[in-house]
Design a protein around this ligand. Structure first.
Ligand code: PGA
Length: 252
């Protein structure tokens, strides 16, 4: 049985006081959730303080990006080791905003995944098609290309330490989520791809989150699908009330 995982991607939101307010509300509202893992991914500037605030709770800390080098002259970048130092256990890699706004490639995603694994971080690797790709019936082609490139040269044991997030680009921040059936179709495709590219155990063990306009209202139906193992939540993770409801929906 795969343990569900709900992660909040705060993106470029929350000052230090705002982050503290949110995380304190989450801490108070979080019920015992043995069968669901909860991760918050604040911006770099609040990682450390949020990390201190959630110590000893059921929440884990994640970052939204990482660079692949250990240290050195890479102005503006953050290394896996630095994330560990800030008490991160997870890191989002290859989010569609990074792929599209910052032109991140599958090869860079692959380097980041390998560096994160090397530092004992759990990568949350995002894949997803754009609207025009879906309309041109290229969803599976696009996703398999991202999987092949992102996971190049990785072994089964490494794969089993990774979480995948299927996030259709057209659903992110638009209020138009994939239907549970649309999500399940792609999740099953990804799991099947993992079985073929690696092995049965890897396909069965790996967790695949859905992301893209997940709300307190639609999360139960999405997470209820057999191959959907949780959610990567953007907008609805910025308010304690909605994020807690999503966690609650996954816990039952
Ligand atoms: P959204 O973002 O929930 O606001 O659509 C999801 C994401 O980008 O991870």
């Amino acid at each position: 049985m795969r343990r569900r995982i709900i992660a909040g991607n705060w993106k470029m939101n929350k000052t230090i006081p705002e982050a503290l307010e949110l995380v304190r509300e989450l801490r108070l509202g979080l019920k015992d959730c043995a069968n669901v893992e909860v991760v918050v991914c604040p911006p770099f500037t609040t990682l450390s303080i949020v990390g201190q605030e959630i110590e000893g709770t059921a929440m884990s800390l994640g970052a939204q990006n990482v660079f692949w080098e250990e240290k050195g002259a890479y102005t503006g970048e953050i290394s896996p080791h630095m994330l560990r130092d800030a008490h991160c256990r997870y890191v989002i890699i290859g989010h569609s905003e990074r792929r599209h706004i910052f032109r991140e490639t599958d090869e860079q995603v692959n380097r980041k995944i390998r560096a994160a694994l090397g530092a004992e971080l759990t990568p949350i690797v995002c894949v997803g098609e754009r609207l025009e790709e879906r309309q041109a019936n290229k969803t599976f082609e696009v996703i398999s290309g991202q999987l092949r490139g992102g996971f190049a040269s990785l072994q089964s044991a490494e794969m089993q330490r990774i979480v995948i997030a299927y996030e259709p680009v057209w659903a992110i921040g638009t209020g138009q989520n994939a239907t549970p059936a649309q999500a399940q179709e792609v999740h099953a495709f990804i799991r099947n791809w993992l079985v073929k590219a690696f092995d049965k155990d890897t396909g069965a063990a790996m967790r695949i989150q859905y992301g893209g306009s997940v709300t307190a209202e639609n999360s139960a139906a999405l997470i209820g699908q057999p191959d959907v193992d949780g959610a990567l939540v953007g907008g609805a993770s910025l308010k304690a009330e909605s994020f807690l409801k999503i966690v609650q929906a996954a816990a039952c």
